[in-house]
Each structure stands twice: as structure tokens, then as C-alpha cells.
Design a protein around this ligand. Sequence first.
Ligand code: SF4
Length: 672
Amino acid sequence: MERQRPTPTSRDLFPFAAARPVQKDLLADALRVLSSRGHLVAHAPTGVGKTAAALTAALQVALEADKKVLFLTARQSQHRIAVETLRAMADGLPSLRVVDAISKQSMCLYNNAFRFYGAFHEFCNFMVRTRSCRYFYRDNTAMVEALEERPLHAQEVVALGREEGACPHRAAMQASERAHVVVGDYNYLFSDLTERILRHLGCSLEDIILVVDEAHNLPERIRAELEVSLGPSEVEEAAREARPLDRRASLRISTLARQLSAALSSLETEGVVEAEFLTAPLVRSLARGPGRPPEVGEFVEDLRVLGRGVVAQEGRSTLLDLATFLERWVRPGEGVLRTAHPAPHGSLTCRLLDPAVIAGPIFAAVHGSIVMSGTLHPGEMFADLLGLETHRRLIAYYPSPFPPSHRLVIAHPTLTTQYDRRSPGMSRAYAEVIAQVASAAPGNVAAFFPSYELLAEAGGALTAAGLPKRLLVERRGMDKGQREGLVAALREANAGAGALLLGVLGGSLSEGVDYEDNLLKVVIVAGLPLTPPSVEAEALRSYLSVRLGRGKGYDYAYVYPAVNRVLQAAGRGIRGEGDRAVVVLLDRRFLDPRYARYFPSDFAPRPTLSPAPSVARFFTAPRVGDGDAPEEGGRGRAPRRGMARAPGGGEEADPQTLPPPRPGWPAPGRKG
Ligand code: SF4
């Protein structure tokens, strides 16, 4: 009889010769939590090695419990490190089957230029249904076998598909069924694709161990995915589109456009409205013309059918957009915000306030999960917003493995972007300090502002200041290529005097770019980017106050999104072990205990009225050894894992010691 092979352990699976101490902690926590069917919410800064730790733990538990690992990311660029790590794991475990898949549109072999994924989706369906796609029906056996043989990057799968003349996405989905690990996008589980993806994976949510990478993006991604807007002009365009296809439908749609226009003209300001604001004129419009008026649901389906025909011909359809909007608007549901903006640029918007409505049931159903990011602070907020059940979740903070002496954090005690203190004089003062810091720093400097308006005000004054560095400016609406051009210019400038990059907090340059090889020597945070009051922010505060408690409503709606944007930007300076950088916080509120208490305890800045000399000293002073005392003014080493300051200044329990068994939380090590 054949001897059964033992299940590989984390020792066999871990892809590197040795783990860092903090990486070992993360791995041990992940193993214990996943073995207990829990959720690990991990704040693990750059350098911890979280991808290798999370994949090792998830795969070990998946192999033991016959589950599948789904590793989801916010961006295609984040797939690379996951696939590279899995390749290294496959060196020790050749039977490991991995599939890396990006969106169907990005893997399609037709040169498609559809603006909206929905329109591409209709195109692909049409091509398959009518057997017009020459790649879909090709025999792809060899390709699926190649995918099962060793982990391939999605781009390699596309290249292989081109060689074989077979649809790469179809082959990836077919190989997913037998894969141990699938790397994909957030919308695989957190959108209306979920059921289709589960069919491809050949399993149910209960069979999935989920790893969410860069998870600080997930709540916003879920909200953005479901946000839809519509104005009378789009409704009129849909009426024009329908005219040659169905005159009665066209008449009903143009009546709706007129009635919507009238309703928006009666408004004085933007405000929250009920679903009836649109459904009442819609029902009246459906009564136009002879015969029985259709129900709203029937009408939406009719629009969809008409729209599909238009997409097949033209590649896009406003009728389809209208159908999607109406469907979302009339759908009853908790945590949905409907707003109306008055004419002349009137429109309706439908947003999801509460990502937990979508994410909560998914996390409740999966076998277990690791929700991780370098800036998951405070972990409790992300766990609450994603609806992670309190009895299954463990929130853990891991310190940066890099020597604290490699980073200096300083703050200016008088400058501020506080709304009632803004003035041309304040903008000039910002420009002056930024110019001084840029002159004192040895290489590239980035200054990130709370908004494009503040960037323009200070940036205008900076141009005149006669900088010794090249000035690079992020502009609203820049595409990916233009932003990459700015990063390339930074690389070029690094060889000489360096450049000063001006960008916005919360933008791609302050969050999505990995400035490798110490490309940024100084990161300036030019203001505290608190969420400005708006109808949406107020609705969110009041909704979360009811769901989670009054204090959390304000903090989660206004303060913590700003904290996360600051931590993301501040983290751009140090990306590797040998990097050294200064973070200059230009807002007195960073020193005010009312705001400082929201930041992690290793982010305590030293006040200084003259940041430039401190920056110059940091780079010219003799280096102290790694692990030695921090630079002058630092406030000691990063907190021990699990002893990070909790929001509001309290301390959380050390996650080394799992919480005592509570109802529904099985003892560590026991299968749930
Ligand atoms: S089946 Fe594949 S190749 Fe054909 S249209 Fe769809 S995605 Fe493109």
C-alpha cells in the first residue's frame, strides 16, 4: 500500500532560508488564527515580509483542511510579489498549483478599448454566444497543463495564449478549479462577479482561506465599485439611443429625463433624498403610451436587452448605464446613501455607506482570513468597516523591522492648513519652509498636500522661490503613464541635485508608488488632510454612530481616513533595510494631543520651527549602528508587537497570547 505523504508544514513551505523575528511572529499568529477559523487583521509595515508569512500560513492550513487560498490585491502591480513568492515556494513543493489572473478585459486577445468593464463584458458575452471569438473554442488542454506545471505571471499567461491562439482568461479560470492558490483582484469576491468566480474555483466560500493584501484599500474599493451617478443629459442620450430600436421605450425615457430635470431644478442645495425622488417620476413615465405600463424591474430588463444590442454594434451603450443605475437606485438595502445635486449641473448619486453590508457576509462565510497592510491603523476600524465578527477576529500590530535610527519624524509647531487659518500669507509660509527643506536635503524630496487647491497655492509661490531642484508637479486627472513619467524624472534627478515632487495626499503618488532604492530622502506632509464636511461625510458619521457608537462615527468618517493618508505618504521614504529618510509634518495639529493620539506610538514627531537644519543634520551626522538609539528627538523604538497604542491612547492585549476562548472562538489549534 502506498504510504500517504505528510502534509507540508510551514517549515517546508516558507520560501526563504530564514525568517525575520517579526516575520516569525506574524507567521505564528496567522497559523494559530487560521487553524481556529479566525480572521487576523495585521498592521505589518514595509519590510516585515508579510506576503511570504501570510502565504505560508494560509497554504499550510489550506493543505491540512483541503481548502483553497485566494490572495486578493487592489492593483495588478501587487500580483508580482505574490507570484514570485509562490514560485519560490514551488521550488520546494513542485506539486503546488498556482493561478494568477487579472481582469478578463486585460487578458483578452482582442485589442479592445472599452471604457467600461460592463461594456467589455457584454462584448465578450456576445463574441462567445455567437461563436465569433476565435480564441474561446480553441483546444486549450496544453495551455491549462502549462499553467498547472509552474506558477506563471498573468502577463506570461497572456503571452502563452497568444502563442497557442487560445483565450488566456478562459485557461486561467479552468486551471483555477484545481489550483491550491489563486491570485486575483478584490472584485473576485467583493462585487457582483462573486458567484461566477466561485463557479470557476469549483468551491464555496466555506472552502476559501482568504488573504487580502493592502487591505486599507478594501473599504473604499467596495464603496467605489457600487457608486453610480446619473444626470438628465445621460437619460436624454439613452432616449436617443433607444429611438431606432423601440420608440415606446424611447418616449418613456425622454419623459423621465424631463421629469428628472424638473425635480432637480426645484432643489436649492445638494441633499440626501429617498428612492421615491426618482421612482415616482419613473413610474409616471412608464405610464406614458398605450398598453399596460411595465413594472420597474421589467423596464430595467428591457433596457438591458436593448443596451446589449447596442454594445455588440458600438462597443458601449448609455442604455446599459441607465439600466445599471436604475437597478442600484431602486434596490432596497441597508447603508445606502442617495443624494441629489441641483441644476444646472444636476445629477443623482447612489453610494454604499457601509462596506460591511457586502464584506461582512463574505468574511462570515470563508474558512478564515488574513487582512493585512502596512498601514492598517487602527485595525479595529478596518475590522469594523469590513464587518469582521468580533468573536473571530484578532487585531495585531507588528513593528517595523528597520532600525528606528533610519527615520526622523519632525513637525512644525505653527503652520496649519486648518480651514479658518488659511490665507495667502500661510501659503507663502508653507512654500518658504518647503523650499528650505528641499535645499537642505541631499536628494529627492516629495511634498504631499491635502488637496489640489492647497498644492496650487503653495506651488505657485514655490516656482518663484528659485529652487535648487527640478520641480515636478502632479496635476488633477493625470493618467498612469504621466504619473510614471514623474517617477522616471525623479530617478533621473536622483543622479544629480534631486527634484522636488509636489503631489496630493490620498493620490497614486503618495500611496501607490514604491519609491525603491531610497528614491525619496524627505517626505513632507503639508497639512492634516481631515475629511471636509459634506453631505456624504455627515451621512457616514451619523450612520456609523448608530451602528458602532457615537465616538466611532466621527473618528471613522472624519479623522482616521486622514491618519491613513498621512501614514501612507510618510511610508514612501523607507522601502528597504538600508533606506534613510526624514518625514516633515507641516501642521501644528500633529503636535496637538487631540490629534496626535490618533497616530501610532512610533510616529511621535519632534517639534521644530526650522525643519531644514534638522534635515541637513540627519543626512550629514555620522551614522549610528543599526538598532542603536534613535536620532536626537526620536521617541524610542517602535512598540513591541501587540503593545501598539490603541486609538484613544489605551493599549491592546498582546496578540502573542490569543484572547481567552469566548463563545464561538475555538481554542487555538483546534479546528473550528
Ligand atoms: S473569450 Fe477571451 S479572447 Fe474572446 S473576447 Fe472574451 S476575453 Fe477576449
